[in-house]
Design a protein around this ligand. Sequence first.
Ligand SMILES: NC(=O)c1ccc[n+]([C@@H]2O[C@H](COP(=O)([O-])OP(=O)(O)OC[C@H]3O[C@@H](n4cnc5c(N)ncnc54)[C@H](OP(=O)(O)O)[C@@H]3O)[C@@H](O)[C@H]2O)c1
Length: 325
Amino acid sequence: MARARAWARVALMLLPLPALVLHIPLWIEQLSSIEYPIHPRGIVVITGASSGIGRHAALALDLGGMTVFAAVRSHEAAAALLAERPSVRALVWDVTSQEHTEAAVDAVRAAMSAEGLPLVGLVNNAGVSHRLPLELDTDEAMRALYEVNVFGAVRATRAFLPLLRESRGRVVFVSSLAALLPHPGAAAYSGSKAAIELTADVLRLELEPWRVSVSVVEPGYVRTGIAAKQVGAAARARTHPFAELYSDFVGSQDARRLQMEGKADSPLVTSSAIAHALAAPRPRTRYVVANVNGVPAWAYGWLAWLLPDRLQDRVVLRAWRQPVV
Ligand SMILES: NC(=O)c1ccc[n+]([C@@H]2O[C@H](COP(=O)([O-])OP(=O)(O)OC[C@H]3O[C@@H](n4cnc5c(N)ncnc54)[C@H](OP(=O)(O)O)[C@@H]3O)[C@@H](O)[C@H]2O)c1
């Protein structure tokens, strides 16, 4: 009995150990990180601010005292945003357009010089998604997705870099947990987010001489309308000659999405990460936030990092084959 109690005490004492071990890389990152200039006030540019994560972050940054240039794609979306928060400045900007991108830079440059404000940061948030098995997808649809998620963010970053360098501002990319943990149907989306993650990693090294920080936000599921905008993908899949081969996937896709969305986090979690990346003296390189089916996204990030590929495949496919409840 005494021995059992002793073992129970040891087990209790060891309980926090996994949590402590999981935090070691975070501590190492903090210890090895460098300080970046802080701008308590100034301009933040955020793309894809008509809805979801971008809109929430734009309003939160505005409340926090930043001068927010929020990019949307239509004059109607700009009017709706201004009706909700007149202090936000709306830019009509499709990130696939070079012309729009240059006009956005001109507007921000003008505000910087007229109001004597620094450019605190650029948040590359605009994004689109569709989920389809690679064999059922098309080059055209995949290119359109990469145009926004990858080239749109790259174009915006390149265009704003001279101003960011001038003010020692920061760049934040809204990527996704999908970049770390592949799952069936995510070839186009995960591929685009993985591409932007590595681009961000390279940029972080290239911009260090000017103390321009680069961070990536990797959310699990966040409550937004992104999935509902995936019009056309499922219809395309159903008419494909090989659609039958993937009927399990295509048939359960909507139910699976609804299940995940039911447990999704509020965009508050992404806005906090974005605000930290823009304002903390030691911004993190990665922010893994939100959850997947109720499990914190950081736990999946760990799995992706720890497990060998074949074992990870077993885990992902097993979870994938669970009936949708
Ligand atoms: N929600 C999630 O669970 C989740 C998880 C991980 C990562 N993310 C990422 O978070 C970001 C924001 O997504 P969200 O969930 O907030 O979805 P959302 O509400 O659909 O927001 C996406 C935003 O991007 C804009 N956009 C789309 N194409 C554009 C283009 N060509 N030029 C400029 N803007 C464009 C949309 O504008 P329109 O309104 O005009 O379409 C919208 O403002 C995306 O990069 C997404 O990949 C989301």
